[in-house]
Design a protein around this ligand. Structure first.
Ligand SMILES: Cc1cc2nc3c(=O)[nH]c(=O)nc-3n(C[C@H](O)[C@H](O)[C@H](O)COP(=O)(O)OP(=O)(O)OC[C@H]3O[C@@H](n4cnc5c(N)ncnc54)[C@H](O)[C@@H]3O)c2cc1C
Length: 575
């Protein structure tokens, strides 16, 4: 059995920032990170547009309270306002801190960090490194892991959270290189496993965003919070779904329908293309439904709209959003200097996740915690995004709450002993699970079930939802879950068996999908990204509450938890 003081699952921004904080607080703490990818290949590396913080370099009128208000309004008042205050107050400090670690942010002519406009933010406050911000930050964090002596298990897949007597004691992990299994016991376990975009058929997320951390918690009997709130980013490149950053609109690009009209004037006349993502994604979907989408040959009635950068000019495009230009050029051979890009909404971000308090401690229920278990980043729900996240607030959350969680863990391990774990029984169970998948004598390919599942989620729990459509979705999902026992693996090898990993991930995807559908069905109102055609209004009286979904193979139980409201009273959202 391996042992460390702290084991962190996930090598993205949240996991790396937490690991550094622990080491900076007390270098004698033995910290390990395990990731199924190399840490630098975590999805954080793909983040483009930037990270919000009221540095006031461009807009001296800005302040943390304005940032907090924009975030709470953007969340449709479901965010916890104590958590948002921490996020926005600590933001300038974490940006400076990243700069000191070596992150190269884009600059103003006078040398200070540049800041740009972003959807739903009332001031120019997003710090960036061109449109490759995640790349710039993650590389520096990972370099610093080595410097501070964090042990990294790269390309190990975590199979199970060891949770006994309401205490997290470690994890069971599988080495992708040679199929060996290990139990790691630790005084503290942290999940920073990222999002679940692969639940849907069109997503901006990488292939590793399969919600493993969420599913492992659900299987261990822990609740998942606010899973109905899935962010669909308005500008996924059609048909591939990869992201065209909101920074492109922040720098002035237009959205146009088949008539060439900037249709956002009908939906958000003040903020136009910089309305929050939920509103913009709905606007695009409604334009397409009304027959004002565009076909690849340019005729009306198709399934995308245009993102038009032409008026920005070559120099500005190449300087400020070069990656967006590259993406359209690489995937579709489009030169955005002369041609508009075809875009439509793509599944992008998980507002919900593992419920945690503002110190990163995981909740067992509305009023109790799990011992020794922590989470931060996209897999966690603290909740600073409520029902809809504002762009450039997620990198910020990863760094602010990664740092805070690291600090809590550094304190907590001082008075804890390594737990007793019966490693052999966990290893036997893991071996059996893998062997039975390899031996399974089925006839169905993984890709077939996965595709049908992703299509089912996209059709039955997309931008717009109704009870009837979601009930059908749940029925279909259960049929697909039953077929899991009939999958067939061609690859029986022990070296880099990616087919086996896909089988494990598929099971996690369907658990996460079921939680999303059930939570969405129970929330009979429209709020933020959750848009019910059968309940079109927000209903604060009944649903100004966080959902807690408890999974079991027999079904999902739903409870509700209060929202922290201490500064901004809920109002109607207008942009
Ligand atoms: C294309 C794109 C652009 C974005 N742009 C922005 C932006 O400009 N601004 C912004 O604020 N936000 C942006 N976001 C959102 C933001 O990037 C993410 O929410 C954030 O980076 C998530 O970081 P994380 O550390 O929580 O997880 P991730 O970076 O996703 O890392 C997850 C880690 O967990 C590991 N892992 C997962 N499961 C397992 C397992 N079973 N075993 C072992 N390891 C596991 C993975 O290997 C990985 O290391 C963007 C997202 C996308 C997809």
């Amino acid at each position: 059995m391996l042992e460390h003081d702290v084991i962190i699952v996930g090598g993205g921004l949240a996991g790396c920032r937490a690991a550094l904080e622990i080491k900076q607080t007390d270098p004698s703490i033995d910290v390990a990170i395990v990731a199924k990818t190399h840490p630098i290949r975590s999805h954080s590396v793909a983040a483009q547009g930037g990270m919000a913080a009221t540095l006031r370099n461009v807009d001296p009128e800005d302040g943390w309270e304005a940032h907090a208000f924009d975030t709470v309004k953007g969340s449709d008042y479901l965010a916890d306002q104590d958590a948002v205050a921490i996020l926005t107050q600590e933001a300038p400090d974490v940006v400076i801190d990243l700069e000191h670690l070596g992150v190269l942010f884009s600059r103003l002519p006078d040398g200070r960090i540049a800041q740009r406009a972003f959807g739903g933010h009332s001031h120019k406050r997003t710090c960036y490194a061109a449109d490759k911000t995640g790349h710039a930050i993650l590389h520096e964090l990972v370099n610093n892991l080595r410097r501070y002596g964090v042990r990294v298990y790269e390309e190990w897949y975590v199979l199970q959270l060891i949770l006994e007597e309401n205490t997290a004691k470690g994890v069971v992990m599988y080495r992708i290189l040679d199929s060996s299994l290990e139990v790691v016991r630790a005084k503290a376990v942290m999940f920073a496993t990222g999002g679940y975009g692969r639940v849907f058929n069109t997503t901006s997320n990488d292939y590793a965003s399969t919600g493993d951390g969420l599913a492992m918690c659900a299987i261990a009997g822990l609740p998942l919070e606010d899973m109905e709130f899935v962010q669909f980013h308005p500008t996924g490149l059609y048909p591939v779904g990869v992201l065209i950053s909101e920074a492109v609109r922040g720098e002035g690009a237009y959205l146009r329908n088949s008539d060439g009209k900037r249709f956002m004037e009908d939906y958000a006349p003040n903020q136009m293309e910089l309305a929050p993502r939920d509103i913009t994604s709905r606007a695009i979907t409604l334009e397409i439904r009304a027959g004002r989408g565009i076909h690849p040959d340019g005729s009306p009635g198709g399934t995308f709209v245009h993102l038009d950068l032409r008026h920005m000019g070559r120099e500005s495009i190449m300087l400020r959003v070069p990656f967006a230009w590259e993406e359209a050029h690489r995937h579709l051979d489009i030169d955005a200097v002369d041609e508009p890009m075809p875009v439509r909404p793509t599944a992008h971000y998980s507002m919900g996740g593992i419920p945690v308090n503002t110190d990163g401690q995981v909740r067992r229920s509305a009023d109790s915690l799990v011992e020794g278990f922590f989470a931060a980043g996209e897999c966690a729900c603290v909740s600073v995004h409520g029902a809809n996240r504002l762009g450039s607030n997620s990198l910020l959350e990863c760094v602010v709450y990664g740092r805070r969680t690291g600090k809590t863990i550094a304190g907590c391990v001082q008075n804890r002993k390594l737990p007793n774990v019966n490693a052999q029984s966990y290893l036997n169970a893991a071996k059996e699970r893998i062997q039975s998948l390899l031996n399974q004598n089925g006839t169905i390919r993984i890709a077939k079930i996965r595709q049908e599942f992703q299509d089912c989620m996209s059709e039955h729990c997309g931008v717009f939802r109704t009870a009837e459509i979601m009930q059908e979705g749940l029925k279909r999902l259960r049929q697909l879950q039953q077929q899991y026992g009939q999958i067939y693996l061609d690859d029986k090898d022990t070296c880099w068996n990616t087919e086996l990993l896909e089988a494990l991930e598929l099971q996690n995807l369907t658990i996460v999908g079921e939680t999303i559908l059930t939570s969405a069905l129970k929330r009979q109102e429209s709020r933020g990204a959750h848009s019910r055609e059968d309940f079109p209004n927000r209903n604060d009286k009944q649903f100004l509450k966080h959902t807690l979904a408890y999974y079991s193979p027999a079904g999902i139980e739903i409870e509700y938890m209060d929202v922290s409201i201490n500064r901004f009273e809920p109002k109607e959202r207008k942009y």
